[in-house]
Design a protein around this ligand. Sequence first.
Ligand SMILES: [Zn+2]
Length: 90
Amino acid sequence: MATINLMCVHCESEKVVKCSLHPDTGKQRYLCKECGRRFVNGYTWRANDPTIKALIISMSHNGSGTRDIERVLKVARQTVSNTFKKKPQK
Ligand SMILES: [Zn+2]
């Protein structure tokens, strides 16, 4: 039996279980037992990937503009501005 070591993309916990299939992409969704959030392993759209959001924040702190971030990370400009508008998660 093949095992994959998955970590929660939100809290990096290893207590994840299979949850359901994503309604649009049909990909396996996983549920984190630690923080209760769901995630997909290997996002279809880069904009949904939490690591991209973290990169957007980090690049903006280092002086990159919206258009720079759009070009480097290959996400839509709207994704970049939506990330800034969202409230920080606690
Ligand atoms: Zn988690």
